[in-house]
Design a binder for this molecule. Sequence first.
Ligand code: BG6
Length: 529
Amino acid sequence: MSADGPTVSARPTGQVQPSVARGRADPCTMVIFGALGDLSRRKLLPGIYQLMKEHLVDQSFSVLGVGRDDSQTDDTFRSAMRVALGQSDEVQGFDEALWQELCPRLHFVSADLTNGADYAVISKRLEEIERDRPKEECNHLFYLAVPPSVFEPIVRNLSKSGLAPRTRTADERPWTRIVIEKPFGHDLETAQQLNDLVLGLFAEHQTYRIDHYLGKETVQNVLVLRFANSIFEPIWNRQWIHHVQITTAENVGVEDRGKYYEEAGVVRDMFQNHLLQLLALTAMEPPPIMSANAVRDEKVKVLKSIRWLTPGTIPENAVRAQYTAGAIKGKPVPGYTQEANVAPDSTVPTFAAVRLFVDNWRWNGVPFYLRSGKRLASRVSEIAVQFRSPPHLMFGQTSDVMRPNTLVMRVQPNEGVALNFEVKVPGAAVALTSNIEIAPVDMEFNYSEAFGEVAAPAYETLLLDVMIGEATLFTRSDEVEAAWRVVDPLIQYWESHKPKRMPTYAAGSWGPREADELIEADGVEWREP
Ligand code: BG6
């Protein structure tokens, strides 16, 4: 039973329709810059391990880790990765035999990536690793798992050293692909500069700007739900939809990333990428085909249709706040300004709620409420589409006690979809002509219940896509810039208008009172999933 009433479940009722698009990866060496860092240990290695487990990488697949630490060797790198896999939540039931297969494929070389001369060492190591591989199979995937401050020297050195030549077409072999982690730029201007630099050295088809949210099973499911079914499309518009709430809430605080977070804040960290991607997928028009450019064209159109926030409209459409000390799962936790590497008088927001409008024919006048924060009451990401109330109620209830239908796409956890609607409570005690008792129920589809497996970790999906050359789940240069255009005015306004009193919320709550007021002004309430 859900909190609101009974639940009915959805199960697969037919055969799985396999896709022809995804396949096995090309032979390649994945070169990880920043191989001993957090991302590499927590996400990339587990992703590689899963790909090996599912036999999705090529027989000759190998990894070359690159890091500054010159005390590291192949052996110490392998041991560190073994520990990382053992600790990862994304690896279910560590398989020693599989590790024995993966271990010899891992190599390490120490280099200062800002020093052009060190790229000869990387090149030499690659030659040794690929000694027995035909030239056309010496494909290279360069993964920049490094701080953004060194993106620029690295892409310059990659190109100058000849390690990553520009290719004219996506079909050329061997291929070279470059994966760039977020944040892609610090604002619109720096994102444009980075795009200019990267696209001056490499082709767009070689460049993979990662937003790991796009690799999440349920985020991809937004497209399938909308466009592989015909029942949603006729009502997916301003006539039937009252508003959309997009939430990415986290339990965790800034952890050991205080230094990064002080520079970023929640808008750069979550809105510019993850939340705007969720909005774009929810609001986009159906593309003619499922190809990288067709999908991205439609997403760019949505991002460009978002009404610009201005200094005049920001105060009534956006709320920022910071967490103070509180409790998460019963344990006391400190406030943001007490975290390591955070200024005691910091005004960097750890929470934001924003009302946006997509000014086009389909969405005119429909508010999209976006919110995200750290140290909130629960870890949940979802897109909730709330439909309009029935135009006329004849069962005796008033519209304020009836909950309008809501379709919730749960990104995480409990990945799935729920549709909420009203039913008659059984019982013949009341005659049909008088008041009928009505209750809301949830029709539930839960991925793991229906398919008996947990969703593939986002990085597994995305790494495979890079190895296949499938760019649909990566952001194109114009898309990244269009997203910055949406958030830049807000960031600039907040940075230049420091609050007299920073709004706060206790860790473990659902955010500040000001966020409730923002949405309640429209007669709506935030969901508390
Ligand atoms: C990252 C942000 O992009 O996404 C983090 O930098 C955030 O601050 C993380 O915690 C959330 O991702 P997920 O997959 O845990 O929801």
